[in-house]
Ligand binder design. Structure first.
Ligand code: CTP
Ligand code: MG
Length: 231
């Protein structure tokens, strides 16, 4: 049983509003997507990394030139869709003859460049053979409020976690869950599609460094975490 990474990188980065998709913005010395791919390449536990970009992506060849080399552990799939979920579905479909039903797929946002080999290993080791898979997540530390019109209430934070990626499932289960998802808008991460089948993915403690870069101010935070590694 092998572990492969599937990185959706076909978004436009509307909230970043940078002119080019955010996964190609520089974080320190490298484009964001290069950091993300390099995290998987640095892990001895990952057999191969697949990157889903849109069919007309003009930037990817400059960022992953090694993806064309024979023996490379990275493959670019030009099958991105209109939503994150569609991009992942298309990527999974493209792999149907390449990976086995019980191989494990680690789906990870291109927009989380702070991932590292230690976090990948923690997810794989702690999820183990758990049939419902698992994901990195962070326990909520702030007090949580819910506003409903004029009414405001405090939501007990016990048991609340913030989902990160990677999220790891068997190929067969992930395909089944995403195919069963009828409302793509309601599926904001892969684990929620698994939960909708009545299964409980394992929560594995992630790290703040694995933040999702969404807004311009997040770039500086990601740079800070990545600079910590190179000192
Ligand atoms: N993604 C994708 N295909 C899409 C939309 C998103 O592969 N049609 C990817 C993004 O490239 C990103 C990840 O899914 O790596 C998480 O999505 P998000 O952070 O929302 O990125 P964007 O959709 O690009 O940003 P925004 O929502 O601000 O437009
Ligand atoms: Mg988005």
């Amino acid at each position: 049983r092998q572990h492969v990474a599937l990185i959706p990188a076909a978004g436009v980065g509307a909230r970043m509003a940078a002119g080019s998709p955010k996964q190609y913005l520089a974080i320190g010395a490298k484009p964001m997507l290069r950091h993300t791919v390099d995290a998987f390449l640095s892990s001895p536990l990952i057999a191969h990394t697949y990157v889903v970009v849109s069919a007309d992506d003009p930037f990817i060849d400059g960022v992953l030139p090694d993806a064309k080399e024979q023996g490379s552990r990275v493959t670019v799939l030009r099958c991105g869709g209109a939503t994150r979920m569609e991009s992942i579905r298309n990527g999974l479909h493209a792999l149907r003859d390449v990976i086995g039903a019980q191989d494990r797929v680690l789906v990870h946002d291109a927009a989380r460049p702070g991932l590292n080999a230690a976090l990948i290993e923690r997810l794989i080791v702690e999820t183990g053979d758990h049939a419902a898979g698992g994901l990195l997540a962070l326990p909520v530390v702030d007090t949580v409020k819910r506003r409903d019109g004029d009414h405001v209430a405090t939501v007990p934070r016990d048991g609340l976690w913030l989902a990160q990626t990677p999220q790891m499932f068997s190929y067969a289960l992930l395909c089944r869950a995403l195919d069963a998802a009828t409302d793509p808008a309601a599926i904001t991460d892969d684990a929620s599609a698994i939960e909708a089948l009545g299964l409980a993915p394992r929560l594995v403690e992630g790290h703040p460094r694995n933040l999702k870069v969404t807004l311009p101010s997040d770039i500086r935070i990601a740079e800070m975490y990545l600079a910590l590694d190179s000192t």
